[in-house]
Structures are given as structure tokens and as C-alpha cells.
Write a protein that binds this ligand. Structure first.
Ligand code: EPU
Length: 424
């Protein structure tokens, strides 16, 4: 157990490189299971969710070899069945992608019900509905908290209309359908950049997926997928987090290795609240144009404002002139971090999925918790803006999705240290 010690008051300045996207990597790694040969992955983020997933792949029988910090070869040919019921699967959300991948490769899979950040209810009914429509039998053992999916005679293409837009269900359905017999049509799907990235990877392996990034994805099943070499897209939420940190501290930061198209909504909102953002082909220069201004924002599936930027954006709104509102459109319990920001002096009122934030002149250092991954990053940004020294606990949440967060911030001049806490 570690904590971060952040002393506020320094404007961030310098250059930071964005890593590969967590939510693409955690789907692409399980997808390698379907290949009949080794896959070479590049731009793999070095984060704990990826480390846990690599361990799961090795426990299943895959060989994972890193050639450098961000490139590895995954050879899944040693895997003969897909049973993942240990604690590793329960530690993270993305272990559920082994359901779709296992179905595609072996016609069966069983995976412990997934964990992940507590953002409210996180059902997987849409994933299971897709598997059933493709012809699988689904059994959920609620006592053991394990999901079994079975299609001993293979899957058959189907027309699936999702009741809600789900990133996880869209990816799981694509994974399962790539080797199903015939044509699958997925409607009302998610359009996040990581959906497109997973589809591109599967296509490089020989799949036939069209329409990823739109509301309808069409898949023609193929008999086999081969190994492929693939570079994972940059993480738009990591980029958004550094944009927020630069604007919040009124710094000047060059953010490299980004895809501007993926950041359009975030950039436009950051400009609206006082950020100055110059966009180049693969980089941004972020500074502050004016005092921070209040705004009203609603989170929505891509291309809407992403829920995973809400905590970081809240820090800006906490310091903005006027009253802002955030309506959370994805998770029922996104604002668990509100009490932590209030402890730092923010004026934050939460009513279900609505937060009303009255801007204050300054935040003051406090001992705070990371209540989830993005909330952890937000606490650090708040600490960078606050007067005094803030202590942020729950660093393991931040480790799940931000590579080398402390060193990247130090490289921008932040006064931040990671300190090991004695075991209690
Ligand atoms: N939902 C259902 N049934 C389902 C699936 C989802 O009702 O079968 C609901 C959820 O409860 C939620 C909404 O649909 O209200 C959207 O959930 P979605 O399935 O899109 O989320 P997810 O796949 O579980 C991914 C990211 C999250 C991110 C959300 C929304 C991964 C591993 N996780 O979760 O990322 O918040 O999409 O964009 O891709 C993070 O990175 O910090 C993070 C939490």
C-alpha cells in the first residue's frame, strides 16, 4: 500500500508522452486467444490491469514474452480450454472478454464474474444476451459467482440489437462472432475508439468486421484467425487527464502521441472552461486562456463527453467562476469521490446522477482517498492546484490505468512523491 504526497502550487510545464489505451489493451490481449499463431503487440501500456491480464493468459497456458517495456509476443497456442475462475479474474472488469474469446476459439468458456471499479451496478446481461443469440447456452452460478458459456456445435451468425449501448457487450459480441457461421449484425453498438481498435486488430488476424465506429457492426464469420502484429491506439483518457492537469494548474504542456479525432469532445469542453489548446497531427499544446468558467456537461457514450473524464473535469469546475452541473449518463454511482473533493474545500452537491458544483477560489490540501481509477487521478490534479500538501491514498487504483503517473507528472515539474505505507 502506497500513498502519493502532492504539494500544490506549481504550474505544469514540459512534454509528456501518452501510452497505449488501457481499454483497448485489455480487450486485445484476450483476443489473442483466438489466433492460431503468435501475436505481436506494440504500444502496450505498462499498467496493473494489463499485468493481471497477462498473468491470466499465462495461467491459461499462453506464452507471454516482452521484447521491450511496451512490446510483447503472446502465443496462445498452448491454451486448450478457457477456465478462469481464480482471484485474478475477479480483480478486473476485462476478464469477461475471455468469455467471448473462449467461445470463438473453443466453443466454451467459464470466467469468474468480473470486478473493476465500483461505479454503481455493472450487469453483463447484454453480453450474455449476445452469446445466447449467437447460439450459446449461458449459465450463471450465482453462488460461486462464475459464468459458463457453451456452444459445443459452434456459434451461428445472428442479428443482435443491444438494449443499451455497452462498450463491453459490443466487444464481447465481436469476439464471439468472428468465427461464427455466417453473418452477424450488431445494432446499437458502442463507438469508442477502443471498439474500432479491437475490430482493426481482429481484422488484421483475418476477421471480416465492417462498420466499427458506427452504430451497426457487420461481421462475416471466418474459419480461422492467424497471429498478427498490432500497435494499440493511444489512450484518450490518459491524454484527457493530462489536458485537465495542465489547464487546472495554468501550465503549458505538450502532449505527444495522441489522435486528435478521439479527443474532440474533451478538447472542446476544456476550451469552454478556459483551456487554450493547439492541435497538431499527433500532439497538443495545452495552456490556460482565461480564468476557469462554469459549464453544464452531460456524459454520454462516444462521441459524447466520456464518463471517465468526469472526476478530472470536476476539479476544474470546482475552481471555476460560477455554478456548474454534471449529469452522469452512464454510471449510477460515478460521484463517490465528491466527499474527497469537499474535504479539500470544493462545494459539490450530489443528487443521484446529478452533481451541482459551485466554484470556489481555492482548494486546500487534505488526506484523501482514490475511490476509483479516475477519481484517483482527479485527487492528484486537485492536490496539484491546492495550497499545502495533499496525501492521496488508494494508489493501487491509479496503477490500474495510468502508466508511471508520478514520474510523468514529475517530468512536468510537479511536486509529487510516492511513499510506501507500513503494512497494517
Ligand atoms: N450495462 C448493462 N448491461 C450490460 C453492460 C452494461 O446494463 O450488459 C450498463 C452499465 O451498467 C452502464 C452502461 O451500460 O450503465 C455502460 O456500460 P459499458 O458496458 O459501456 O461499460 P464497461 O464496458 O463495463 C467500459 C470501460 C469503463 C468505462 C465504460 C463507459 C473497460 C474495461 N471499461 O466499461 O472504463 O467507464 O466502458 O465508457 O473498457 C475506466 O477506464 O476507468 C472505466 C471504468
Amino acid at each position: 500500500m502506497d500513498k502519493l504526497v502532492v504539494t500544490g502550487g506549481r504550474a505544469l510545464s514540459g512534454t509528456v508522452d501518452i501510452g497505449g489505451a488501457k481499454n483497448a489493451a485489455v480487450a486485445i490481449i484476450p483476443a489473442t486467444l483466438i489466433a492460431d499463431g503468435p501475436c505481436v503487440l506494440e504500444n502496450v501500456p505498462s499498467i496493473s490491469d494489463v499485468a493481471v491480464l497477462m498473468e491470466i493468459m499465462e495461467e491459461l497456458g499462453a506464452e507471454v514474452n516482452y521484447m521491450s517495456a511496451h512490446s510483447c509476443v503472446i502465443d496462445s497456442r498452448g491454451i486448450s480450454r478457457c477456465h478462469v475462475v481464480n482471484d485474478n479474474a475477479r480483480k478486473m472488469r476485462a476478464s469477461y472478454y475471455l468469455l467471448g474469446a473462449g467461445l470463438a476459439k473453443f466453443g466454451h468458456s467459464c470466467v469468474a464474474l468480473p470486478g473493476g471499479c465500483d461505479l454503481g451496478e455493472r450487469p453483463i446481461d447484454q453480453h450474455l444476451k449476445a452469446f445466447e443469440e449467437l447460439g450459446a447456452t449461458v449459465y450463471v452460478d450465482n453462488e460461486e459467482a462464475v459464468v459458463y458459456v457453451d456452444a459445443p456445435h459452434g456459434l451461428k451468425g445472428a442479428h443482435i440489437f443491444f438494449d443499451i449501448v455497452s462498450v463491453g457487450a459490443t466487444i464481447n459480441a465481436m469476439l464471439a462472432a468472428v468465427r461464427a457461421e455466417g453473418k452477424t449484425v450488431l445494432e446499437n453498438v458502442a463507438k469508442e475508439p477502443h471498439i474500432v481498435d479491437v475490430a482493426n486488430f481482429l481484422n488484421k488476424m483475418g476477421a471480416d468486421i465492417r462498420g466499427a465506429g458506427t452504430d451497426v457492426i457487420k461481421i462475416r464469420g471466418v474459419a480461422k484467425l492467424r497471429g498478427a502484429q498490432y500497435s494499440i491506439v493511444p489512450d484518450q483518457i490518459e491524454a484527457g487527464t493530462f489536458i485537465a492537469a495542465a489547464v487546472a494548474t495554468a501550465g503549458r504542456v505538450k502532449i505527444n502521441n495522441i489522435i486528435p479525432k478521439h479527443l474532440e469532445t474533451i478538447i472542446s469542453r476544456m476550451r469552454e472552461v478556459g483551456g487554450e489548446i493547439l492541435v497538431d497531427e499527433e500532439s497538443l499544446i495545452v495552456s490556460r486562456r482565461s480564468v476557469l468558467c462554469a459549464t453544464d456537461v452531460r456524459t454520454m457514450p462516444h462521441p459524447g463527453f466520456p464518463t471517465d473524464m468526469v472526476p478530472q473535469f470536476s476539479v476544474l469546475l470546482s475552481l471555476a467562476e460560477g455554478t456548474s452541473t454534471i449529469r452522469e449518463g452512464i454510471w449510477s454511482n460515478r460521484f463517490r469521490y465528491a466527499d474527497e473533493l469537499i474535504r479539500m474545500g470544493a462545494s459539490f452537491k450530489v443528487d443521484g446522477r446529478l452533481a451541482v458544483i459551485h466554484g470556489v477560489e481555492k482548494l486546500t490540501a487534505a488526506d484523501v482517498m482514490s475511490t476509483d481509477l479516475r477519481a484517483g487521478a482527479a485527487m492528484v490534479i486537485a492536490g496539484l492546484c491546492a495550497s499545502g500538501t495533499t496525501h492521496v491514498r488508494g494508489v493501487e487504483y491509479i496503477d490500474r490505468g495510468y502508466e508511471d503517473f508520478v514520474n510523468k507528472l514529475k517530468g512536468l515539474g510537479a511536486d509529487i512523491e510516492r511513499i510506501a505505507l507500513p503494512e497494517t
